[in-house]
Design a protein around this ligand. Structure first.
Ligand code: APR
Ligand code: PHB
Length: 413
């Protein structure tokens, strides 16, 4: 097969990129290892930044989102049994959207199929070749046969466990990693949310988070050990621990419970791969970086990456100029590290460190006192939480748009 941009992976990064390229008249083929059912049922996060929703709305991917989403203008930080509301919208003029990632993937798959452009399911990429040459190739399996996809560019949107990042010689990459000494036990429950907004709870028994998906479905998380055995957590024990950690000095407070629909343990880690480009291969989303779930940034960062990549690819096909493609990695990594810092700060401040070091415990308290006691601190938090404005090279106000330089050897076909 032959196309302009080969996209490996139909997660948020791959599907949003495919759509942005389609709107720019640029051809692409999306290869997805799993079946359609699998990716449309995969329970993941569900908090969308203001900028992410703006972009999805602008490109026509947000009709159902706007009909079914929940809009949040604040969140609560709970510690010492007292809840403190952070008025995100008052502080930033921007709002949050609660809309399940798998719902968004459903919408984007439908939009892709409507374009008539290729989206191959159960088509695992097995490797890449000629990545540094003018005609990179993706090898993949499809309908029981080995196939090749010849492209001008490859977008590695195949998540952390994909084949694109490993296709880059390790000597070409620097991988920054940090594993947190705890994990999350997450449940999806058939129960109405117990609060209109998210609750981030710091408790001596560990972190807890009250989130939601719809007025009937709640999403809740508990801090557990990295190697926690799910078998040790029957539903009743999960609810008992949530009641304890989300408890407060308010007799009116009540945690509403219900049948548990999904239960899983997820690790908390930070990973950054630099650069996010190798020759004609561009990594985006979880293929390049992982953030701990505490800041709800994974999906939003994936969308921010491909917004930058789509604009750079369009500029290359339009002008033959590689400046924006060459700036892709640098542009994205500036945002990735900002978001990593914010996610690390939230994670380190709200979780109970297993070593129970009393000094760091007091520092955590001081950080929470400042967050909930200083408007300036709350604003800085809110700006990061609702999402830093999306910087798209070449767009108005982009500080990185360099003066056009002469054509380079990578002239488009
Ligand atoms: N060939 C084809 N597809 C592949 C391959 C492969 N070899 N390996 C993985 N994939 C697919 C996966 O099945 C998945 O559908 O790539 C897709 C990657 O999607 P995500 O993991 O969702 O990654 P990304 O699009 O970067 O979105 C990041 O999603 O998982 C959340 O928490 C994460 O919020 C973050 C966001
Ligand atoms: C979620 O709703 O799944 C969620 C919300 C906030 C987070 C992480 C996950 O920080």
């Amino acid at each position: 097969m032959r196309t302009q941009v080969g996209i490996v992976g139909a997660g948020p990064a791959g599907l949003v990129l495919a759509h942005l390229l389609h709107r720019r008249g640029i051809d692409s083929v999306v290869l997805e290892r799993q079946s359609r059912e699998h990716i449309e049922r995969r329970i993941r996060a569900g908090v969308l930044e203001h900028g992410t929703v703006d972009l999805l709305t602008e490109v026509g991917l947000a009709d159902r989102l706007h009909r079914e989403r929940m809009v949040h203008r604040g969140l609560e930080v709970l510690y010492d049994g007292v809840g403190h509301r952070i008025p995100l919208t008052d502080l930033t003029g921007r709002e949050l959207t609660i809309y399940g990632q798998h719902e968004l993937v459903k919408d984007m798959v439908a939009a892709r199929l409507e374009t008539g452009r290729p989206l191959l399911f159960e088509a695992p990429a097995t490797g890449g070749a000629e990545l540094a040459g003018p005609r990179p190739v993706v090898h993949f399996e499809y309908e029981g046969r080995s196939r090749t996809l010849e492209c001008d560019l490859i977008a590695g949107c195949d998540g952390f466990h994909g084949v694109c990042r490993p296709a880059i010689p390790t000597t070409e990459l620097t991988v920054y990693e940090h594993d947190y000494p705890y994990a999350w036990l997450g449940i999806l429950a058939q129960a109405p949310p117990s609060s209109d907004e998210l609750i981030y709870a710091q408790h001596e028994r560990g972190f807890a988070l009250h989130s939601m998906r719809t007025p009937k479905i709640t999403r809740l998380y508990l801090q557990v050990a990295p190697d926690e055995d799910l078998a040790g957590w029957p539903d009743e024990r999960v609810w008992a621990e949530l009641r304890t950690r989300l408890d407060r000095h308010d007799p009116a407070w009540h945690l509403s419970e219900g049948p548990v629909l999904d239960k899983a343990v997820t690790a908390l880690r930070s990973v950054v791969t630099a650069p996010m480009q190798y020759g004609r291969l561009f990594l985006a989303g979880d293929a390049a970086h992982i953030v701990p779930a505490t800041g709800a940034k994974g999906l939003n960062l994936a969308v921010a990456d491909v917004a930058v990549l789509a604009a750079a690819i369009e500029d290359w096909y339009g002008t033959g100029n590689t400046a924006l493609l060459d700036a892709y990695s640098r542009t994205c990594l500036a945002r990735v590290w900002q978001v990593q810092h914010f996610s690390w700060w939230m994670t380190s401040t709200l979780h109970r460190s297993p070593d129970g070091d009393p000094f760091s415990r007091q520092l955590q308290r001081a950080a929470l006192h400042q967050l909930t006691g200083s408007r300036a601190a709350a604003r800085a938090f809110a700006e990061n939480y609702v999402g830093l404005p999306l910087v798209v090279p070449g767009s108005a106000g982009d500080p990185l748009t360099p003066a056009p330089i002469g054509g380079t050897s990578h002239d488009p076909p």
